[in-house]
Design a protein around this ligand. Structure first.
Ligand SMILES: [Zn+2]
Length: 605
């Protein structure tokens, strides 16, 4: 029996690798027959899903755990029990209901996709079809208030549509399932299962954040014109667009080298991993950036199996903002990759990105690292034109002001989505009607924002989908973790940029244990503090003067921080690919040579 955990690990690894390879092939459009690639992925995903959901496998793992003879075996089996518990539903009645809910979600998704969505053009009076993404873009940057209002009404129409097409029945069924499995309601059950935290614990954090950012939000509102305090004008009025001004300082072809140099200076290593980067947009390729881990890192019989990690962006070189966007993707996805590559545990269940891995905690790694790109000291050191000309302080200053102005309000708008979703699941069954749901959403929005939200809660796709429902709080919790992590390093070491202690400290406290701890335990392991909204509220409530004073001080400090001038060695093999073509690789050449080859290839296109 002592090899049972290893048998689980090897079986899982085979199914996981097959599924993730098929995922990459399908999403990158590597197979000429896209339908066949899609079907292949669905098939492999189902096979893995069935394996994870098996109640008998969970029972066997529990039994093996109770008889574990060594520490390695016990740790591995604890991981397996937690992983299988996060996927299987042991009661047959609940399993049947869960299957019914998946069908309801599918039906609702099809109704939502086939919806005639768009806006009424205020000049022509004609209906223009537009996706929710398009409507969101018009809301943020549409030319006139009338046009933005039309887009906002388009987003509102999603709410009525889903309420009339199965969302209410879905909420009832989800609540029935959640209560059947021991939660207060669906939301509570889901977060206990996925995050290991109760709904009350999560909302205690969010409510704390709301109390502490109220004043900053009121100040923002007070600084605005009456007409700007409309749901369809608010976002447009508070967010300044710095893309054009920043663009010259983020040349696309330099993005990979800046990422490598920055991460090397932070002491980040990838533990022998293989990284595959597909960075450019292409026909038939998935339109969003992501990172996935086809081969999870784990220690098998004492020997570390390094990870294979892929990440992708959809950059269009030459397009305004593409270099800055590429830097953000490299820091963000490169942060996810560093997290998963450095996991060192005795089974692959600890180093895969799905439950019981905390989505909020995973996002802390990527968002902490990409947050540095907005720091004055990082920009002063790294943001340079193609000709090597450094960014000037007035540009940095305008960027900081533009970001700080809407910070508290943005957090409150995100929280309004989570709090609306919680309120929906708390409506008693016999009172669940479309009118009541809308009344609850509007009450929450007005409580937190002082107006209806620019992004109506039910237009957010997360609330409808199976996987992403009762999930939106993850983004806010992750921001809390990022702010605490930043405060910790800034307080201890005085700076983030080129701080060589960051990589080793993150590896020890955040990365090596994989998903063996809960999100709050990780924050405590690094910072010594409990997870809280304090640091995030502090940074969101800073005045412009505070922000600028800190920025200046951080730039002055750069004199005392040695730049990283050594060879870039991230302890990994990197291949930059474009579909099936390998553009540049560190296999047989240095990181710098790979960057030069990539830059030349981009130049030729
Ligand atoms: Zn991410």
């Amino acid at each position: 029996m002592s090899e049972f955990h290893r048998k689980l690990s090897l079986e899982y690894e085979t199914l996981h690798v097959a599924k993730e390879n098929a995922f990459w092939t399908a999403k990158m459009g590597l197979d000429a027959d896209a339908d066949a690639a899609g079907a292949e992925f669905d098939d492999k995903e189902k096979t893995l899903g069935t394996w994870l959901q098996s109640p008998s496998r969970l029972a066997e793992a529990r039994e093996a755990l109770s008889a574990a003879a060594t520490d390695v075996e016990r740790v591995a089996l604890e991981g397996w029990v937690r992983t299988l518990e996060a996927h299987s539903i042991e009661s047959a009645e609940a399993r049947a209901l869960a299957a019914e809910i998946i069908d309801m979600e599918g039906a609702l998704a099809r109704k939502r996709e086939s919806m005639e969505l768009g806006y009424v053009d205020p000049t022509s009076g004609e209906f223009v079809r537009a996706s929710s993404v398009k409507l969101g873009t018009i809301l943020a940057s549409g030319e006139t208030s009338e046009l933005r209002q039309a887009a906002w009404q388009g987003l509102r129409s999603i709410e009525d549509h889903v309420l009339a097409n199965g969302y209410i029945e879905l909420v009832k069924a989800r609540n029935r399932l959640g209560r059947m499995l021991g939660g207060e309601d669906f939301y509570d059950w889901k977060v206990r299962r996925v995050e290991g935290m109760s709904k009350d614990a999560i909302f205690a954090l969010l409510d704390g954040l709301m109390a502490k950012t109220e004043e900053a939000h009121q100040n923002t509102l007070a600084s605005m014109e009456e007409s700007e305090r409309q749901p369809w004008n608010f976002r447009n009025a508070i967010t300044g667009d710095m893309t054009r001004e920043m663009d010259p300082y983020f040349p696309f072809a330099k993005a990979v080298e800046r990422w490598g140099r920055s991460f090397a200076a932070l002491g980040i290593k990838y533990a022998g991993a293989t990284l595959v980067l597909d960075l450019l947009d292409r026909d038939g390729k998935y339109p969003n950036g992501f990172c996935h881990m086809p081969e999870p890192a784990w220690r098998d019989q004492g020997e570390l199996k390094p990870a294979r990690i892929h990440f992708t962006a959809t950059a269009i070189p030459g397009m305004l903002g593409s270099g800055q966007r590429a830097s953000t993707v490299l820091f963000h996805e490169g942060g996810h990759a560093a997290h998963f590559a450095n996991i060192d545990m005795p089974a692959p269940c600890f180093s895969q990105e799905f439950a019981p891995t905390s989505a909020s905690f995973a996002e802390v790694q990527s968002m902490f690292l990409d947050s540095m790109l907005d720091d004055a000291d990082w920009q002063a050191r790294y943001a340079r034109t193609d000709g090597g000309e450094a960014i000037e302080f007035p540009v940095i200053e305008r960027g900081l002001r533009a970001r700080q102005r809407g910070e508290a309000s943005t957090l409150r708008a995100m929280t309004a989505v989570c709090a609306s979703e919680r309120a929906i699941y708390e409506i008693p069954d016999d009172e669940l009607t479309a009118e009541r749901v809308l009344a609850e959403i509007r009450r929450v929005e007005n409580d937190l924002l002082g107006m209806d939200a620019g992004r109506p809660a039910l237009s957010v796709p997360h609330l409808l989908s199976g996987e992403a429902s009762a999930y939106y709080h993850s983004y806010v919790l992750a921001l809390m973790g990022v702010a605490q992590t930043r405060e910790f390093f800034l307080g201890r070491d005085g700076h983030l940029v080129d701080n060589p202690a960051i990589g080793p400290d993150l590896r020890r406290a955040y990365w090596q244990p994989g998903n063996s701890k809960r999100f709050p335990d990780f924050i405590e392991a690094l910072t010594g503090e409990t997870l809280s909204s304090d640091a995030l509220a502090r940074s969101a409530s800073m005045t412009d003067e505070d922000v600028l004073a800190r920025a200046k001080a951080s730039i002055e400090r750069l004199d005392t921080i040695a730049p990283f001038t050594g060879e870039i060695d991230l302890d990994c093999t990197i291949s930059i690919v474009h579909g099936n073509e390998t553009v540049a690789t560190t296999d047989g050449s240095s990181f710098e040579e790979m960057c030069a080859r990539f830059a030349a290839w981009v130049g030729e296109r």
